[in-house]
Design a protein around this ligand. Structure first.
Ligand code: PLP
Length: 442
């Protein structure tokens, strides 16, 4: 298809004329027509190649056109393409079983959705029915999806134009040592003070009004925040003390991204509900869901759960989910993420941070990292506007598609990336940061 200008023109025209895009002023965008994707790369119609350091929207954990995923979907389509959710289905049950088996002690069942926002909607609904309480505490600097409750939970600018579709949501600050709200001097102190702030929030809102606390176990789009020592166990303790349900949003962080099946597994914490999507089947067919604890499952044993979706547990999506588990085992995905993170990514990012004055800090885990770009290391003023756009453009011009968010260059390649490609991508980032340095004013 490369060089086929007629095909390219048709893709562009149909897109411009008929497709309404997310998060965009429709007259101000120029979406890239993509002709092909393979592994960790995709190409436009001119044959320009991009190394994908963003895994699309941090969902393409096993890369494009993984033969195991494609085969599973094809076989399932040939066998049974769809069946409604009130009936029992083999791949749906198999996937639920595998997810529960990899989940926390006391995980009991899975409710399937079509994506991450819906998963959070349903988790909150379950927590409300389970506790008989209405409020939900969510963090600033979070993204939980774009439907009514999910966008209200979201703790960043995308919430504002949508008003407050869910009046029961309250926001609090989480730990963020680099721009601390708590004047802390160590990660431990940051955790401790963030917990005090959370407990005060709970007390002032009224503990018996709060159904749930929801947090991204490792925050994604808003900056890759790995919880400091003691924070998550502290949140768990507060939830236990006040009878609050703990919801871990693992939509972005789950399924190997952090070098764990689920990110919470690195922190010795047991959630009550876990939401997932994206990496569960690399987005080959839309799928998300909620992992439900014994206690919350029990609430709905004799009482009906008031909610459902036509495509809950769609067989094509679930078949790709089951194949994901097989591929993770066959290809040792978790082990390779850990190995490449500690041997290649972390040392290289440390070096890059030492070399480029525009990098205020690097942080992350697994294949989930952020470089915080600043124009002054003392004031920590973020690199923004044209300067930031120039850095992103430099990456793209050199053939790397970065995960651009806020003032950060974030790094989240498919988990199947080879060491060579990882090194190559980090090389491009290193070079693009010369552009960031040229805007340094400190
Ligand atoms: N939660 C987190 C942490 C996310 O990163 C996202 C999407 O980026 C969502 C929820 C929403 O998922 P979806 O876009 O599938 O609705």
């Amino acid at each position: 298809a490369f060089g086929d200008t007629d095909a390219q023109r048709a893709v562009r025209e149909n897109d411009r004329n008929f497709v309404f895009h997310s998060w965009s002023a429709q007259g101000q965008i120029n979406p890239l027509p993509v002709a092909k994707g393979e592994g960790v790369r995709f190409w436009d119609y001119d044959g320009t190649e991009y190394l994908d350091f963003s895994s699309q929207l941090v969902n393409l954990n096993l890369g494009h056109q993984h033969p195991g995923l494609v085969r599973a979907i094809q076989e399932q389509a040939g066998r049974m393409a769809t069946i409604q959710p009130a009936m029992a289905n083999d791949v749906r049950g198999e996937l639920a079983k595998r997810i529960v088996e990899k989940s926390f002690d006391g995980a009991r069942s899975v409710f399937f959705t079509n994506g991450g926002a819906e998963a959070n909607e349903y988790a909150v609904r379950m927590a409300r029915h389970h506790t008989g309480r209405q409020k939900v505490l969510a963090r600033f600097r979070s993204y939980h999806g774009s439907t009514a409750t999910a966008i209200t939970l979201t703790g960043e600018a995308r919430r504002w134009p949508n008003g407050t579709p869910d009046a029961g949501v309250v926001h609090f600050f989480g730990p963020y040592q680099y721009r601390s709200e708590f004047y802390s001097e160590s990660p431990e102190q940051e955790a401790e003070r963030a917990l005090t702030h959370l407990e005060h929030t709970i007390q002032l809102e009224g503990p018996n009004t709060i159904a749930a606390i929801i947090l991204e176990t490792v925050t994604g789009t808003n900056g890759i925040f790995v919880p400091p020592p003691g924070y998550l166990t502290g949140v768990r303790e507060l939830c236990d003390r006040y009878g609050i349900v703990l919801i871990c949003d693992e939509v972005m962080a789950g399924f190997g991204r952090t070098g764990e099946w689920f990110a919470y597994q690195a922190f010795d914490v047991k959630p009550d509900l876990v939401t997932f999507a994206k990496g569960v089947n690399s987005g080959y067919v839309p799928l998300g869901g909620v992992v439900i604890s014994d206690e919350i499952h029990d609430t709905f044993v004799d009482k009906a759960f008031p909610g459902g979706l036509t495509y809950s547990g769609h067989p094509l999506a679930c078949a790709a989910g089951v194949a994901t588990f097989d591929i993770f085992e066959e290809e040792g995905i978790i082990e390779r993420v850990r190995d490449l993170a500690s041997r290649v990514i972390e040392p290289r990012l440390r070096e890059i941070t030492a070399k480029h004055k525009s990098v205020g800090e690097y942080r992350g885990t697994g294949m989930f990292w952020a470089l915080e770009l600043v124009v002054d290391r003392d004031s920590r003023e973020p690199l923004a506007g044209d300067a930031y756009n120039a850095v992103i453009a430099a990456c793209k011009n050199a053939g790397l598609w970065p995960f651009a968010a806020g003032n950060r260059l974030q790094i989240a390649p498919p988990l199947v990336i080879s060491e060579d490609d990882l090194v190559k991508g980090l090389e491009i980032i290193d070079a693009a940061l010369d552009v960031a340095d040229s805007y340094y004013t400190g």
